[in-house]
Design a protein around this ligand. Structure first.
Ligand code: GRF
Length: 216
């Protein structure tokens, strides 16, 4: 069966991208990375892509008069590489509704909180300040609202009484690297159905030992 072709969008370090690169190297993994797009020149993720032999394209948002023309170029790059699914992985630009005219239900994102709690930035600091006992991460379909959209999978981690944002971020990041490839596997296997505001995951295998909920 043809593998699902991913267009991964990044702005920085690219550790989630690396987790996807590693997953896609598995022969049985049902997806492959067609291209990596960064809106930031010199992003570490672009180096990771090139090191893996994947086309890495820089589309600097600052060079455009408006968001729509920037996004039209993102779409052109994805089309040129035959992308089926756009995967945001630390991509720090808000997408406007016109991007979704082309990519309706074909854009996913990873966010470092248990959405709908703590959309936006500084999630770990805010989870600690709120006295949360658990935090975690979410892979979700992207909607024009920031960090909103049907949840595909979440993983939870404990928040410790003496936690720092950095320590919590590290614990959450390890789970991000686990659930992003998992969500893509389920999508590629056709297990994910949208039902209004929810994504239903059918008969998915959940790895043992993880606080992962496929939300289905
Ligand atoms: C991750 O925490 C991701 O959840 C958030 O931005 C961060 C990106 O990290 N959207 P990396 O670039 O994948 O290392």
């Amino acid at each position: 069966m043809a593998r699902l072709r991913l267009g991964v969008m990044i702005s920085g370090r690219g550790s989630n991208l690396q987790a996807l690169i590693d997953a896609c190297q598995g022969l049985a993994f049902p997806a492959e990375i067609a291209c990596v797009v960064s809106n930031v020149r010199g992003a570490q993720g672009i180096e990771r892509a090139r090191a893996a032999g994947i086309p890495g394209v820089v589309v600097p948002h600052k060079g455009y008069p408006d968001r729509q023309s920037f996004e039209a170029d993102l779409t052109r790059v994805h089309f040129a590489h035959g992308v089926d699914l756009v995967c945001n992985a630390g991509f720090m630009r808000i997408l406007t509704p016109s991007f979704f005219d082309t990519w309706a239900d074909r854009v996913i994102n990873i966010h470092p909180s248990l959405l709908p709690a703590f959309p936006g930035l500084r999630t770990h600091e805010r989870a600690i300040a709120a006295g949360c006992r658990f935090s975690g991460c979410t892979v979700h379909f992207v909607r024009p609202e920031v960090d909103a959209g049907p949840i595909i999978v979440q993983a939870a981690v404990p928040v410790r009484p003496d936690d720092t944002p950095e320590a919590l971020a590290g614990r959450v990041l390890a789970e991000e690297h686990r659930i992003y490839p998992l969500a893509i596997r389920w999508l590629a296997e056709g297990r994910v159905q949208l039902d209004g505001t929810r994504a239903i995951v059918a008969e998915a295998e959940v790895p043992a030992g993880a606080l992962i909920n496929p939300a289905g």
